[in-house]
Every structure is written in C-alpha cells, then in structure tokens.
Design a protein around this ligand. Structure first.
Ligand SMILES: Nc1ncnc2c1ncn2[C@@H]1O[C@H](COP(=O)(O)OP(=O)(O)OP(=O)(O)O)[C@@H](O)[C@H]1O
Ligand code: SF4
Ligand SMILES: [Mg+2]
Length: 346
C-alpha cells in the first residue's frame, strides 16, 4: 500500500484491518502493559538475585502513517521496548498488537512473515553493517532471505533501493568503509526498506551523525515515509532530534512512559516535570523563566532498584510526600495527552 500522509494529519482510514482487541483508536502497533525484566545472576550457581526492570508496564499506540518519537535518558528502556515490539526479544509480561494481532503470541512462521513488515535501523552504521560484505550484498540480504528472486532481479532491486535513498548505485560493489557516515546510514535505510515494510523502528538512527548530515537523513526518512506510507518509531535521547520528525512523542523515565502528547503540544506545554526538564536542556526563548529553571540534578537511579512511588521523585523539584509512596498512573489530559504525575504542570 502506498499512501501519501502529511505530517500532523493522521487519516484513520489508512487502516484496513479490524481490531478485535476492542481498541477504540485504530493503532498499527500497540503495546499494552509491556514488561521486560532482565534477571541479575550471581555466584557459581548463577542464582537470580534480582531483576533489571528495563521496561515496566508500558502502554502506548502508534497510528498508521505517523512518526512516534520516543525519548529519555540512556538506560531508560527505549531500545528494550522497541526490541520487544519487534519480537527480537521476548517480554516478561503484557501484549503487543500489530494490526490487531498479538505479536508476542505469534508462531514461528507468523514471526517470519512479521519480519517483512517490521524493520529496524540501528544507530551505528559501521557496527550494524558487516564490513566484509559489499554494500550490494548488505542491501540484498533481506531479499535473499525472504524473497524468491533471481540474482538479476535482486541486483535491479538494489539499484532501485540505492536510488530511493539517494546513493549512487554504481558504487554498489564497494565496501561500507568506502562510504561516509551519512551514506552508511543510507545503506542501513535501504536495507530496512528492501522488503517494503509498513513499520520501521529507527533506534538512534541519526545520533552518531554530524548535525548537517543528521538533517539530511531526517529529510530522507520523512520523504520515504510520504512515498512509501511508512510508520515510524523514532528513538532518540533528546527532544530536539525528535521534534521535526515526530507527530507525537512519548517520554520514558526508568522503564516507565511518563508522558505522551502531540509534538507541538508537548513543546508548547510539557505536563510532566521530567519532560519539562528535558526541554530545559534545549535553549528556547519562548519558554517562561519558571519552566527554564527545571534542571535535572543527580544521576538516574538503577532500574534494578527503582525508587518507590513515582520513580522520578528523587530528582523532581516538585516532589511531595505522596510522590515517595504512591505511584502515579497514566492520566488522560484530553486530546489524547497522557501524563503520569500526581500534580502535572499547568
Ligand atoms: N540483555 C540485557 N541484559 C541485562 N540488562 C539489560 C539488557 N539489555 C538492556 N539491559 C538493561 O536494561 C536497561 C534499559 O536498557 P536499554 O538499552 O533499553 O535503554 P535505552 O533507553 O535504549 O538506552 P540508550 O539510550 O543508552 O540506548 C538498562 O539498565 C540496561 O542496562
Ligand atoms: S508524581 Fe511527584 S515526583 Fe513524580 S513527577 Fe509528579 S510531582 Fe514529581
Ligand atoms: Mg538504546
């Protein structure tokens, strides 16, 4: 399906599937109460002495054709959440729906089919591309695994894909090290779209690139989204990178989703103190002084032993006694905004 979907407008009619799950919003991808705990083992017998609660009861949905930005400090669980959604990793609990089907319950053959529809672009173009393979073979690999094609057809598809991502196809018989960082990321993108997926996770896809190259790659991702009708989960540490590409943004802190909002709304008026603190790190003259003073102090606590109550209370300038004891649930704030705070900012 090729659709032209403008940023900021999300046509729900783009979904053709029915959602037997009872979800009232027709999400393409939906996580419900997803948990991923990693056991901490000690001693000769590898006794389990605790768990890293990397993702701890996260629910959110991604609409077809939109870019959902996912932000939060290092270690808050962004990549783990994405890997669970793609079923590259099992979950400790919860459900993940893709077009209404529970990804976590799929059989081996269903997962194989899912691999065509969901793809990932990684942060480090060097690390994720095999340096001993020609660029041609790197891009063609998913085609070799999933498509029955002759060598000639595969080569034609590689040429087409390289053109789509703005690479000179005559360089397909070269190695990744002969390409610049931005070009290598384009190779990673060409490989990710080779099977015409519907859903693409970009995990820190531009974080390692220079700012000018970053914006070129972001523009490419947006163009491909328009031309191919892609839906993105776009992961980054900071809000400034997600701002220009995302329709909506989810903010994670220590394994929890603490706020979800339309991008413009989130930047205009963050409701969670942590979101406000992330925004304070970006120089923004339009913000009032009170909000600019929210600066994050201290280190992120360990997800193996998260603080009681609200996990942000050890760093929150607005924390009260209640915050130490009672965990705030996600609250609907109107027009699809949700926030997990006892006293959201006004
Ligand atoms: N395979 C694993 N085994 C044990 N712990 C893990 C594993 N993978 C991730 N973790 C832990 O889970 C937590 C979340 O990690 P994750 O990589 O998802 O964070 P992130 O938000 O993507 O961070 P970054 O921005 O640095 O990429 C971290 O504490 C990490 O150490
Ligand atoms: S619940 Fe309390 S500690 Fe948590 S973000 Fe809100 S005010 Fe801060
Ligand atoms: Mg990560």
């Amino acid at each position: 399906m090729s659709t032209h979907i403008a940023r900021g407008r999300i046509p729900v009619t783009a979904v053709e599937t029915h959602y037997p799950t009872g979800a009232d919003v027709p999400y393409l991808v939906e996580a419900r109460h997803v948990k991923k705990y990693f056991p901490i083992q000690k001693g000769l017998l590898n006794r389990v002495v605790g768990h890293v609660r990397a993702v701890d009861d996260v629910s959110f949905g991604i609409r077809p054709g939109e870019t959902f930005g996912l932000v939060g400090e290092s270690g808050c669980g962004k990549s783990t959440l994405a890997r669970v959604i793609l079923r590259l990793q099992g979950a400790s609990g919860g459900e993940v729906f893709y077009e209404g089907r529970d990804v976590l319950k799929m059989s081996g053959s269903e997962v194989r089919r899912l691999r065509r529809e969901m793809q990932i672009i990684f942060q480090d173009p060097f690390g994720s591309l095999n340096p001993r393979f020609l660029v041609r073979d790197i891009i063609a690999e998913p085609l070799r695994v999933h498509e029955r094609m002759s060598a000639k057809e595969r080569d034609e598809r590689v040429v087409e894909l390289m053109r789509l991502v703005g690479l000179d196809a005559s360089r397909r018989n070269r190695y990744p090290h002969e390409f610049s960082g931005g070009q290598r990321q384009r190779v990673g993108i060409a490989r990710a779209i080779a099977l015409s997926p519907k859903f693409v996770v970009a995990d820190e896809a531009v974080s390692a690139l220079d700012v000018s190259v970053q914006s070129q790659v972001l523009n490419l991702l947006m163009k491909l989204q328009r031309d191919l009708g892609l839906t993105y989960l776009f992961i980054a540490h900071g809000l400034n990178v997600v701002r220009h590409i995302s329709n909506r943004v989810g903010v994670m802190y220590l394994g929890k989703m603490v706020e979800v909002a339309e991008t413009d709304e989130l930047f205009r008026q963050p409701l969670h103190p942590y979101t406000a603190a992330l925004l304070s790190a970006i120089p923004r003259p339009e913000l009032n002084r009170k909000r600019e003073r929210i600066v994050l102090a201290g280190d992120v606590p360990s997800p193996a032993n998260p603080p009681s109550g609200c996990r942000f209370h050890t760093r929150c300038p607005f924390a009260q006694a209640r915050c130490r004891e009672e965990e705030p649930g996600l609250r609907e704030m109107g027009s699809g905004r949700v926030v997990a705070c006892h006293t959201p900012l006004q």
